[in-house]
Ligand binder design. Structure first.
Ligand SMILES: Nc1ncnc2c1ncn2[C@@H]1O[C@H](COP(=O)(O)OP(=O)(O)OP(=O)(O)O)[C@@H](O)[C@H]1O
Ligand SMILES: [Mg+2]
Length: 242
C-alpha cells in the first residue's frame, strides 16, 4: 500500500537547508494500523506529508497503491490524494460557520457530488463515528472529542484507502482520546489502513506497529505485543498528577 524507498526530504536551499528526512525506507501493507513516534522536529509530520501526497520527496521513490507518485505534478498528486487519503489533524480544522453535516459534506462538494448523495454519505459517516444525534450542531457547540469525530467523519466520507492522523488526540483529555482510538481501531478492523503520529506511548500502543523516527531517520520498527485493554490513555496533565 505504502512503499517509501530511500526517501530524503530537504527543505530550503544553501545555508538554510534542512534535511528533514534522510534515506527513509518504509513499507506499510493494506490494513495495517501504525503509530509514528519521535521527538519534536524529528520529521514525523514531514513523513506524513509525503505519505499523504501533500509533498514530494527530494530524492528517493514513493509507490502508493502500486503507482509511483514521486514524480507526479501538483494536479496529479492532488487527484491521488483526493481519492486515496483522508487526513485528521490535532486541531480538528473544522469550518466554524458550517454545522457538522456541512463540514462532513465538504469533500464531496469539491468532488461535485449531487446534494442528495452528499447528504446521505455525510449522514452515514457521522453515524459511524457516533454523532448521528449532533449533525446540525456547529463546532463551538461540540466537545473537543466530538469535533474530532466530525473531522474523522469528514476524512472518511470520500472512502479513502488510507487514513492519516497527525497527533489526533493531542488536544483531547484521556477519555476523549480513548474514544478516538476506539473509533480508529474499529475503522481499522473494517479494513482501512491507518497511520498516526503521537507523542504518547499509551496512544501508540493502541496500534499494531510502532515506527520510531529520530533526526530524520527511522530508528525503530516493532510490533505492539501488549494487550490493548491493559494500556489506558492518559493526558499529560493526569500523568503529571499521578
Ligand atoms: N516547510 C518547512 N521549511 C523548512 N523546514 C521545515 C519545514 N517543515 C519542517 N521543517 C523542518 O524539518 C524538520 C522536521 O520537521 P517536522 O515538522 O517533520 O517534525 P515533527 O517530528 O513533526 O515535529 P513535531 O513533533 O514538533 O510536530 C524540523 O527541523 C523542521 O524545522
Ligand atoms: Mg509534527
Amino acid at each position: 500500500m505504502i512503499d517509501l524507498q530511500h526517501v530524503t526530504k530537504i527543505y530550503g536551499q544553501g545555508d538554510v537547508r534542512v534535511t528533514a528526512l534522510e534515506d527513509v525506507s518504509l513499507h506499510v501493507e493494506r490494513g495495517e494500523m501504525v503509530a509514528i513516534m519521535g521527538p519534536s522536529g524529528s520529521g514525523k509530520s514531514t513523513l506524513m506529508n509525503l505519505i499523504g501526497c501533500l509533498d514530494r520527496p527530494t530524492t528517493g521513490k514513493y509507490v502508493l497503491a502500486g503507482r509511483d507518485v514521486s514524480t507526479l505534478n501538483d494536479n496529479q498528486l492532488a487527484r491521488v490524494r483526493n481519492r486515496e487519503i483522508g487526513f485528521v489533524f490535532q486541531t480538528f480544522n473544522l469550518l466554524p460557520r458550517l454545522n457538522a453535516l456541512q463540514n462532513v459534506e465538504l469533500p464531496l462538494v469539491y468532488r461535485r457530488e449531487p446534494r442528495a448523495a452528499r447528504v446521505r454519505k455525510a449522514m452515514a459517516a457521522l453515524e459511524m463515528v457516533g454523532l448521528g444525534e449532533r449533525m446540525h450542531h456547529h463546532p463551538n457547540q461540540l466537545s473537543g472529542g466530538q469535533q474530532q469525530r466530525v473531522a474523522i467523519a469528514r476524512a472518511l466520507v470520500g472512502e479513502p484507502s488510507i487514513l492519516l492522523a497527525d497527533e489526533p488526540t493531542g488536544n483531547l483529555d484521556s477519555r476523549a482520546g480513548e474514544e478516538i482510538m476506539a473509533i480508529f481501531q474499529e475503522l481499522n478492523q473494517q479494513g482501512i489502513t491507518l497511520v498516526l503520529v503521537t507523542h504518547d506511548e499509551r496512544v501508540a500502543r493502541h496500534c499494531r506497529r510502532i515506527i520510531r523516527v529520530l533526526d530524520g531517520r527511522l530508528v525503530g520498527d516493532e510490533p505492539v505485543t501488549a494487550p490493548l485493554r491493559a494500556v489506558p490513555v492518559h493526558s499529560d496533565q493526569e500523568a503529571a498528577q499521578a
